[in-house]
Design a protein around this ligand. Structure first.
Ligand SMILES: [Zn+2]
Length: 287
């Protein structure tokens, strides 16, 4: 697997893809079709590609040169990727000076990245001890779904009443992206699945409910990353399709009921026992 994260604008990698591939960049999904994608051309990117998908690959500068200029954003994304791939385990301490050495950056940058990770609930801060990779318990995961069950059926009902045909078309286009991402078997399907829910929430027209869901969604991502039994596949296939059908049919009752079932499906796909503990050093997680 090749993990590409924006490096220094003057360095990084360029590659040519063997097949069409949806590449997730920030909030956008870019269809990179046998094109050279050079990270000088874009502001921020992070994705994982199987090396077999790549026709040519060129490292443009030494990785040491690239590492020296890692931004706070880069560090944040590398740590997030390491958590998603279970290289960094729940409960593991994010030791500032060791991370500074690993990424060859100042401790200030590590601290800033850690503050963001804590803000996004990927990490927690324990006073006088430092930051640790968050470890939502099975019980917290259940509470999370209980909270979503309370608000999301209502968001769906509102969306079924308020969504315009243009918005329905937007949701259908989003599902196409999900299907493409699912075929690639990568991590991208999890945030994409989450975006579907947030997009529906925006369409519902209740900003307080939408904001609450945004907060719950970021924790859901972490829960799925940690507990999904099927290799982090996000929302079950086809469920979103049926939800959009109900919105398009302007059937609030069906839309609400289907969302409830959908949340049950997601929760049922999780194995709410902590992943087996492996004692590895922080340095090994980023090799
Ligand atoms: Zn979903």
């Amino acid at each position: 697997m090749l993990h590409i994260i924006r490096d220094n604008p003057d360095s990084g990698v360029s590659f040519t893809l063997r097949d069409p591939l949806y590449v997730k960049m920030d909030q956008y999904n870019v269809h990179a079709e046998k094109n050279v994608v050079h990270n000088r051309d874009i502001d921020r990117m992070q994705f994982t590609i199987k090396e077999s998908k790549i026709e040519t690959l060129e490292h443009l500068k030494s990785s040491t040169a690239a590492r020296k200029s890692l931004s706070v954003e880069d560090i944040y994304e590398r740590i997030l990727m390491a958590v998603s791939e279970h290289r960094l385990q729940p409960g593991m301490q994010l030791v500032e000076d060791r991370l500074a050495k690993i990424f060859d950056v100042s401790r200030t940058k590590i601290r800033e990245a850690t503050v963001r990770l804590v803000h996004d609930r990927i990490a927690i801060n324990i006073p006088n001890r430092g930051a640790f990779v968050a470890s939502p318990t099975a019980d917290e995961a259940r509470q999370l779904f209980a909270a979503r069950r309370l608000i999301e059926p209502e968001l769906m009902r509102l969306a079924a009443r308020n969504a315009t045909p243009k918005q329905v078309a937007m949701l259908r286009a989003h599902i196409e992206k999900e299907n493409a991402a699912r075929k690639k078997n990568g991590f991208a399907i999890i945030p994409l699945s989450g975006e579907f829910h947030l997009t529906v929430a925006e369409m519902a027209g209740n900003s307080f409910l939408a904001r609450t869901l945004r907060e719950l969604e970021s924790i859901t991502c972490l829960v799925i990353i940690l507990y999904d039994t099927h290799g982090a596949h996000g929302c079950p296939y086809d469920d979103h399709q049926f939800l959009v059908d109900a919105i398009e049919a302007r059937d609030p009752d069906r839309a609400g009921r289907l969302m409830l079932e959908h949340l049950d499906h997601i929760e049922a796909s999780l194995n709410l026992t902590p992943p087996a503990e492996r004692h590895i050093a922080l340095e090994e997680a980023f090799r």
